[in-house]
Design a protein. Sequence first.
Lengths: 504, 447
Amino acid sequence: MSVEVDEEAGTAFSDRRHPEPRHEPLVFERSGQGKVGYSLPPLDVPDIVAIPRHLTRAEIAGETEVTEVEVARHFTRLSKLNVSIDETLYPLGSCTMKHNPRVNEEVARLPGFAAAHPLAPEEVSQGALELGWRLEKILAELTGLARVTLQPAAGAQGELAGILMVRAALEKKGRPRSTVLIPDSAHGTNPASAHFAGYQVRELKSNARGTLDLHVLEEAMTDDVAALMLTVPNTLGIFENQILEIARIVHAKGGYLYCDGANFNSFVGVAKPGAMGIDVMHMNLHKTFSTPHGGGGPGAGPVAVTEELVPFLPRPTIERRQDGSFFLDGDRPESIGRLRTFLGNFGMFVRALAYISQYGNRIGEVARGAVLNANYIRAGLADVYHLKYDAPTMHEVVFSDKKQSERGVHAMDIAKRLMDFGFHPPTISFPLIVYGALMIEPTETEAKPGLDAFVAAMREIARESEEDPEIVLKAPHTTPVRRVDEVGAARNLLLRWRPESPER
Amino acid sequence: MKFLPVSDADRSEMLGAIGVSSIDDLFASIPAEVRKSPDLPPPLSEIEVRRLMGSLAGQNANARETAFFLGAGIYHHWVSAIADQMLYRAEWLTSYTPYQPEVSQGTLQSIFEFQTHMCLLTGLDVSNASLYEGASALVEALLMASRLTRGRRKAVLSAAIHPEYRETVRTYFARLGLTAVDVPIGPDGATDTGALEAAVDDDTFAVAVASPNFYGVVEDWEVGSRVAHGKGALSVAVVAEAVSMALLAPPGERGADIACGEAQSLGVPMHFGGPVLGFLTCRSDHQRQLPGRLVGETRDAEGRRAFCLTLSTREQHIRRERATSNICTNQGLMALAANVHCSLLGKRGLREVALQSHAKAEYLKGEIAKVAGYGVPFTGSTFNEFAVEAPEPAAPLLARLARRGILAGVPLSRWEPGSPNRFLVAATEMNTREEMDRLVSSLRETS
């Protein structure tokens, strides 16, 4: 792919999708007095308000007055300001932006799922309970662990649930211990979750391979350490090849090995975490199991545990009776308790089960495809972008801007310039141990031509950084808005729209 | 496989470029002894997936094919066709957290609009971009209040806050050295003011009251706010039925510092309890302690209006263990649904839905109270849900009615074993008078 450049203006103008900057007013600014966008049946009961007047409000000043036509236009136009997986490669590292099968969307909307209520009598909820039970069994099989809770609403809540279960197990043995060990390459949610579980965090420095240093671990792993939280493979896309030794060191001191399964896509169906000595592991249904990312959720963060940790699972659990019927068991005295209402993000369970069912016993092909694609990108770029850690790449590869920054071009600039080539940028500035990181995760759902185009774009940007850095520094040139002033946003906070003349 | 687009020929070429002879070689860093294939059935086709899911879905009672009166934190309100269809658009569905604003203006502007709707509804200044659901939203609100009143260790909660919310609070608090005290309700079904005053002291960081509360009773935010502020604590308003905010006095106008809860009622289907939509709003002087994502308005390099994530230094990816919350992914698509829904209904529609829900519940409450043996145990005004005292244990009664296609209510025995005959009944704009009369006559028949 090539971008024609207007040398004089220094701007790319070849983007055929967005010839003009586009702007869509706020929906509140589309209001016209007296317009309505809905209709309800006439009220078929007496029209009364039986609430004391001082506990009621006047009309909602500033709320919209628009028709369905304007709503359709507004949200369709807004949507077109987004780049999405269906349009292009979206290699946001650690987020596993893979194709979202559409049959999953359709079955999740069946009235028996979408219009079912979590507190309906058990005998008219058997299908929903069975669905949760089936998904739990499959996730236990894939992780090689004993049982799974589906309750956590996202990965971060899964982390919290997992560490709380470790804490409960240690408390039962006498004392909860004080510290959780976390490598310096970990996601920020790990230390935050450990903190909200009541632990201090000790950061472990990675070795030259980019993985955990066994000497550092041995030194840090005392009998006051509750757990090691390890991302497998880590955020550099490198598998902890000494995982068995790591587990041995942690267990020898009575600690637990927590696996952040955000990167499970790289070995799902190929290897089992339970066999590695992992005691507890969360998964992200919106990463490995294709439930849509939706512009930032909903996610779902099921947690798998060993037999030892089963009594501490959040309540309720889904259980099966002798007669084959399913029920919710809230009578679990050692449970860590409840992390949210009801069973969890059930709609995501439907999609994940639909997804896994479509792969069945061939699900390992997901991991194989993901690792192949990441390695192909690595092979295509390793001579032009710096690779701080050259250990084997799994599902994602982390380059840095080291070479380009000599010309004043940083990871942020490369990311912005990629937009002009029609790609969503990779994750940048993370993991923190790679200065100027460009974290690229193509996933298994990208074909070779797309990967080739991405590699070509990245190589072109590397060339531009040498020969014409201005075009990179001023990018993007073809997006709906030009580079956005994020510093200004934080300095001069404007977090909502307000009616022009305060009506209240 | 239908989701794997690399052809055999391309794969060979790619392996050649990488310099390995097989994909297996790329997995060499995983110890051989842990490499195991899962024992799963063969792949299903789309037709078979539909068949499997159809059979599971078919076993569940659903609100579209029953007379439906369940609530207790999840409500069956109207979701417009356009709100659901908008969620199918790939640009919304298959994008992620808008870290790169230049290619995410749609999502960012929609969140900014969602934040505005929530501010207008709650009467507060600032809203975050969403939280998971109501219970964890209450936790986040309380943790925020504890940070704002450094050193205090006690939250005072109305016992009429949803029991699963209070249980969730205790899960989080237990390991943080914080305590939560429940204040009982009075005969009207509202939080007992005397007991509330007695429970709040100089160690209290927050007073949380729900309205409508778990029993559907409308409470006055001003009571909790007065008691909280009298001791230097923050007032937290909990709303589990967001439609009510279009009719009831907004928390921000009656002294609340933080409002939180569940916004599922605003355009999100029930989904057997999730995904739903947690929300959190506050006064602007507290905004730097907000958890979760926030979108702000700014300018691009050419001075045009643009939006981006802001105040990220509160968040886990920057602040790590010192972050205001561990939340990362939230409920983005549900916040979009709520934005479409609120925009479509707008000033008039949101209010009309609230008024209809209330009027229908009032009608139903009156009719049930006329059935011999049935009563309404609380005297307080209710919004669209109310408690009923039956002459027999509620759970088996409700299960019997469910088999006849009437989902009449939620038994309270699940949380209050001492009240076996009580159940909650909710009405919305979706219910017809005919359905309500059918419910009442079947209670009459079974009594």
